[in-house]
Design a protein around this ligand. Structure first.
Ligand code: ATP
Ligand code: MG
Length: 287
């Protein structure tokens, strides 16, 4: 059995009359040490998928297992980097990281916990900013604190929900490089959620599209058989990179078209999304 295993997962929100059916029949297997990325439209259900794995919500049908055990709630074994950085504003960078370390390693001495926290602050290159409060940091720095905090808990699995989504392209590039390094050094199992196909290919062992919602399900997985370390600039000239990107994009476009046709068939009077609306969604997938 794979380390992470979702089978036949359905998840919706709301009461039975006005239920939003978000995920339908989602199957996913991730091996220990693998880095898998899932790329999909905004609103398709990516955070829903992460929340199921984090144990914050539960499937309507199907099973979510990590390390052979059904997920019944949050656990320090599954570190999450949320889409919004969720730092405590009154604590410094180091204290935000140490708060998590204190919870997970209560048996260590204060000095040991501090040293461990500092090690991870330095790993994300925030040593000089260790005493700063979140409001004194840039968005990219906050996101790095979030990554450091999750890593410092030494989770078995790291769940990253669009960790760089809110950042400018340059900062995003720097953090992608850092994540690539950390992933190689730590060998951790990681699930990276992104709306950027190129980022997914750059960083992962396998990339899987999440089709358009409602009732989104996962498309075929593609093994990213491009040697590491990968350089974003060089990748653009790599024929295999282009082939993978085209495959993922075509799947997403096709599933978007299909969902639009279904909507129009169900409600012929309201014509559904305009061509422009679809273009916007596609732009979100591949900025
Ligand atoms: N707690 C909730 N209650 C009701 N509906 C919800 C809830 N959370 C999410 N939804 C709906 O479920 C769908 C999927 O939401 P989700 O946050 O998983 O999307 P996403 O793929 O993460 O989007 P984004 O890329 O914008 O973060 C959306 O239609 C959203 O409105
Ligand atoms: Mg989301």
């Amino acid at each position: 059995m794979a380390f992470i295993e979702l089978s036949g997962v359905y998840k919706g929100y709301g009461n039975s009359k006005e239920r939003t059916h978000v995920l339908e029949n989602v199957d996913l297997s991730i091996e220990r040490g693998e880095l898998v990325s899932i790329v999909g439209y905004s609103g398709a259900g990516k955070t829903t998928l992460v929340s199921l794995l984090a144990g914050l919500i539960f499937p309507d049908k199907g099973t979510v297992k990590v390390d052979g055990k059904v997920v019944t709630g949050p656990s320090a074994e599954r570190g999450v980097v949320f889409q919004n950085y969720s730092l405590l504003p009154w604590l410094s960078v180091l204290e935000n990281v140490q708060l998590a370390v204190d919870q997970v390693f209560p048996k260590l001495t204060e000095a040991e916990r501090r040293a461990r926290s500092m090690k991870f602050v330095e790993m994300v290159n925030l040593g000089p900013a260790a005493a700063k409060r979140p409001k004194e940091l840039s968005g990219g720095m906050r996101q790095r604190v979030s990554v450091a905090r999750a890593l410092a808990m030494e989770p078995e699995v790291l769940l990253l929900d669009e960790p760089f989504g809110a950042l400018d392209a340059l900062t995003r590039g720097v953090l992608q490089g850092e994540l690539q390094r950390i992933s190689q050094e730590s060998g951790k199992t990681m699930l990276l959620i992104t709306n950027d196909v190129d980022e997914g290919i750059l960083l992962s062992d396998r990339i899987i599209p999440l089709g358009a919602g409602p009732r989104a399900s996962l498309g075929p997985a593609t093994v990213v058989d491009i040697p590491r370390p990968r350089d974003r600039k060089e990748l653009n000239h790599d024929p295999r990179f282009r082939e993978i990107r085209l495959g993922v994009l075509e799947y997403l476009l096709e599933s978007g078209k299909q969902k639009r046709a279904e909507r129009e068939a169900a409600a012929p009077k309201s014509s559904g999304a305009s061509p422009q609306a679809e273009a916007v969604q596609v732009a979100e997938v591949s900025p």
